[in-house]
Write a protein that binds this ligand. Structure first.
Ligand code: DOR
Ligand code: ZN
Length: 425
């Protein structure tokens, strides 16, 4: 159908500074008209958006789609389906695949697969070091030319500070940036759960928060001295928030993301000994959660990234030391962020900023906008609809999340990508 009319929705767009009940007429994929009370006409598909919010669609700069090498956990098609069901139309795939994305041909492979699936924009991050072994830098400019949007060895830190410094300088000099999985492996050792009362009570190997904090501090200092950008992946601690606050005040080009699970779940998830709670960095304590929530509200943490990390059922059933860390997240980010709006940490405008505008800007994309003349790239969601997380409603190939069986509030109804409906509830 050439014409689609989205009627009666509450439009929120931080870029165009819109918060109002408006109708949106889409013609051949482009936003033709935005206004009050646009009348439907013959041959026009009408979407009733009453009680819904219409926003620019979301961008997640941190997902694991496991292709190449581990497509039994996820592939680019199932990952894309989970993305659009979560309201996302741009995702950045992490390079901790098998083999690692350390070569231009592999970068192109991910982009081509993503385009073939065609549900959303699938972009790759390139590895910082060859094979993610932390020893030798990749050919970053070749990877960037092939389409890598930034560089990270995620899943593992860059332990060698000299290499990290060179990586920051090189990535910065070609107009890109590095993102670090902040974990000092000599401190995290065999730790499984956040070092605190729960790990002690359950006898789980403790993983101290300073494993993350010291690396965040190192990266901030390197960024300050080199004048080059660094992005902190999945920030999860209250001390980490303080360090980033300091670095930003000093003028360092530091940005940070937080995951939905670190905003919502604590180490109490371990109480039933289920390794679905195992994730890296680990789920923390109430005080940390409060700190990252307020940091997201204030802008110290720049945006949300899911770290969507699918693992197969058999893998998550293994004993705690053998089980791989990670949980899926693409379909839960919106309801978790909306929960923070309901609890008055920030308003709906900031919610859309941290899901859509800010992450898109970070990777140099023009953020989607709800504006006449723009291609329709938007998400329609009901902010009050309650739904239960069950395996059936999860589009990801893997179902590893401690949220199974719980109710969330806020449901995506439609996602538009490149002018087309790519998801309908
Ligand atoms: O929990 C995690 N899982 N953290 C990471 O950094 C990597 C990820 C994965 O690849 O499974
Ligand atoms: Zn990750």
């Amino acid at each position: 159908m050439d014409h689609i009319l989205i009627k009666g929705g509450y439009v929120v767009d931080p870029i165009t500074n819109t918060s109002d009940y408006l109708d949106i007429l889409i013609e051949k994929g482009k936003i033709k008209k935005i206004g009050k009370d646009i009348k439907p006409f013959a041959g026009c598909q009408v979407i009733d958006a009453k009680d819904c919010i219409v926003s620019p669609s979301f961008t997640d700069i941190h997902v694991h789609f496991r292709d190449p090498g581990q497509t039994y956990k996820e592939d680019i098609r199932t990952g894309s389906m989970a993305a659009v069901a979560g309201g996302y139309t741009t995702v950045v795939c992490m390079p901790n695949t098998l083999p690692a994305l350390d070569d231009a041909s592999l970068i192109r492979y991910v982009i081509e697969k993503g385009e073939e699936v065609g549900l959303c924009r699938v972009l790759p991050a390139g590895a910082i070091t060859k094979g993610r072994r932390g020893k030798e830098l990749t050919e970053m400019s070749l990877l960037k030319d092939a389409g890598a949007v930034y560089f990270t060895d995620d899943g593992a830190p860059v332990m060698d500070s000299h290499i990290m410094r060179k990586a920051m300088e090189f990535a910065g000099s070609i107009g890109s940036f590095v993102a670090d999985h902040c974990e000092d492996l000599s401190l995290s050792k065999d730790g499984v759960a956040h070092e605190g009362e729960i790990a002690a009570a359950l006898g789980l190997p403790p993983l101290p928060p300073e494993a993350e904090d010291t690396m965040i501090a190192r990266d901030c200092v390197l960024s300050l001295h080199t004048g080059m950008p660094v992005h902190i992946c999945h920030l999860s601690t209250k001390v980490g928030v303080e360090i980033v606050t300091w670095a930003k005040a000093m003028g360092a080009k530091v940005t940070a993301e937080v995951t939905p699970h670190h905003l919502y779940l604590t180490d109490e998830e371990w109480l039933d000994f289920d390794c679905k709670a195992k994730v890296s960095p680990p789920l923390r304590e109430h005080e940390d959660i409060e700190a990252v929530r307020w940091a997201l509200a204030s802008g110290i943490i720049d945006f949300v990234a899911t770290d969507h990390a699918p693992h197969a059922h058999q893998e998550k059933m293994m004993e705690h030391h053998a089980c791989p860390p990670g949980m899926i997240g693409l379909q839960f980010a919106l309801p978790i962020v909306l929960e923070l709006v309901r609890k008055d940490y920030f308003d709906i405008n900031r919610a859309i900023e941290v899901l859509s505008t800010k992450p898109a800007e970070k990777i140099g994309l023009k953020p989607p906008q709800i504006k006449e003349g723009e291609v329709a790239e938007l998400t329609i969601f009901d902010p009050t609809e309650s739904w239960e997380v069950t395996e059936d409603v999860i589009y990801s190939k893997s179902k590893n999340t401690p949220l199974l069986g719980r109710k969330l509030i806020g449901k995506v109804k439609y996602t538009f990508y490149n002018g087309k409906i790519v998801y309908k509830d």
